[in-house]
Design a protein around this ligand. Structure first.
Ligand code: SF4
Length: 472
């Protein structure tokens, strides 16, 4: 367990024990709230404009959901098809049941090259398995090359958003991070965006030119061809995918799509939903090894790490359709106030609130399904129609079943008793004025409920009494 500021983290990439603790700290940070609101509002508005100009948006969403569901129903078949196709094109395919097997596989491959440095493409899967830290313990330095990920790494921070990991940082903070932690930063760096970008570019170019091994994830893995696709905005990913001699990609098994043609759907859904663009500036697709062109050694690590467990959950399995666009984060009223750190793990926001318990087990993240107002905004924007509110409710049920709450159970049992007969209910209503006293200083354990919730004042005259008096 480590802490970032006052936040609690679990080093395996799964959340710390207390969303409420983390959220309270985050809500008290007005600078963070301002930064998050500004960034999410901008992306949200851009996305809404682009969706409005796409007449077949709902059909695209249905198609995206249907393709992903087909993959999930026939995952065994598509995985084998992918392995055969990728191997036939000269790639080495490895299978990892969990984070430990995946990091060990990547470490072994890097060690076999004889190099001790790797450059990294931004990837949620590698973050999920804690790859950078695992490599570090084996004497291998991994350099993040996505600009935002680099800012996070230099400042020993944690990402707070899936697509824009440093959105909680403003320009002044980034200038300070570069000046303090980037060894080759210019002496008199200002917070002008062009200057900051230029400093990062020069720093990264040196890394691209000297490093012989790269690690990536993938947005999509194409079963038909054995190809992988990375979509990005900066071109730094493409440098990693083309310049080194060895390329290792860690890919969640749910990233499969059946055919190359299916990209037609996802390459419309993803950029509009994630960054509010009509297309990603860089879509890099590679299929095995091409002689004298790009990396000559290609490894693909297919990662389970809880995905087959999630697949067993008939309601929860739809979370595996996720294409990590982060549209649900940008509309979530809880995320907008807490930012991503409060969720404590790799996946923040509404998707994190369901995916983390599904992958890690609800006992590891019992608080996350409750980190939602169930307003449904996430479902409305999700490009693959994941019904997040329904999954949240189901996971809440699982969490309560796994760890019964005695006070809550007793309260609901008493309420059920009171409501099951007219006389009992009328008698119970006579006790309602007591609630007024409870509201202003309930004793524990009831105070845990009233500490963060308003308890409405009971009416001075119950409706039944009013009806008896006025029905004529
Ligand atoms: S759940 Fe839907 S909206 Fe959220 S990140 Fe995944 S695909 Fe995007």
């Amino acid at each position: 367990m480590t802490t970032t500021g006052e936040l609690i983290w679990n080093d395996e990439g799964w959340p710390g024990p207390d969303f409420a603790h983390n959220a309270k700290r985050a809500v008290g940070n007005s600078q963070l709230r301002r930064n998050v609101r500004k960034a999410t509002t901008t992306i949200r508005e851009r996305r809404a404009g682009l969706v409005a100009e796409t007449p077949d948006w709902q059909e695209l969403r249905h198609a995206g959901a249907a393709i992903k569901d087909d993959v999930l129903h026939h995952l065994d078949r598509y995985l084998e098809q992918f392995e055969h196709a990728a191997t036939a094109k000269g790639a080495h395919v490895h299978w990892a049941r969990n984070a430990q097997e995946a990091t060990q596989t990547v470490t072994n491959i890097v060690k076999a090259t004889g190099h001790h440095e790797v450059i990294k493409v931004k990837s949620m899967a590698t973050q999920e398995i804690g790859l950078v830290k695992a490599l570090e313990t084996q004497g291998i330095t991994a350099h993040e090359t996505d600009l935002a990920e680099m800012i996070i790494q230099l400042s020993h921070d944690r990402p707070s958003h899936i697509v824009v990991p440093a959105l909680h940082r403003n320009r002044a903070e980034i200038r300070r991070i570069f000046s303090d932690h980037m060894p080759d930063a210019p002496k008199h760096l200002t917070d002008d965006p062009h200057e900051l970008a230029e400093a990062a570019r020069r720093h990264l170019r040196r890394l691209f030119l000297k490093t012989k091994v790269a690690v990536s994830g993938a947005n999509f893995a194409i079963a038909e061809t054995g190809g992988l696709l990375v979509a990005e905005s900066e071109g730094n990913g493409r440098m990693c995918l083309t310049l080194p001699e060895t390329l290792i990609s860690v890919v969640g098994i749910e990233k499969l799509i059946p055919t190359f043609r299916d990209l037609e759907v996802f390459l419309q859904l993803l950029p509009r939903s994630s960054t509010g663009e009509r297309m990603n500036p860089y879509n890099s697709i590679w299929t095995g090894v091409t002689e004298n062109d790009g990396p000559q050694e290609i490894h693909i690590v297919l990662l389970d790490n809880g995905r087959t467990n999630a697949l067993k959950d008939q309601i929860g399995r739809q979370a595996l359709r996720c294409i990590r666009c982060a549209a649900c984060l940008n509309v979530c009223p809880v995320y907008e106030r807490t930012g991503g750190h409060a969720y404590g793990g790799t996946y923040p926001g509404p998707i994190g609130a369901i995916l983390t318990p599904l992958l890690a087990g609800v006992d590891k993240a019992p608080e996350l399904p409750f980190a939602s107002s169930l307003c449904g905004a996430c479902y409305e924007v999700c490009p693959v129609e994941i019904d997040i509110p329904t999954v949240l409710v189901k996971l809440r049920h699982d969490a309560v079943k796994a760890k019964p709450h005695r006070t809550q159970d007793a309260t609901f049992a008493a309420a059920a008793q009171a409501m099951s007969g007219r006389r009992r209910w009328t008698a119970a209503l006579k006790l309602a004025p007591l609630l007024r006293a409870v509201k202003h200083g309930a004793p524990p354990p009831l105070s845990r409920w009233t500490r963060t919730r308003d308890l409405p004042d009971p009416p001075h005259q119950p409706f039944r009494d009013w009806w008896t008096q006025n029905k004529k």
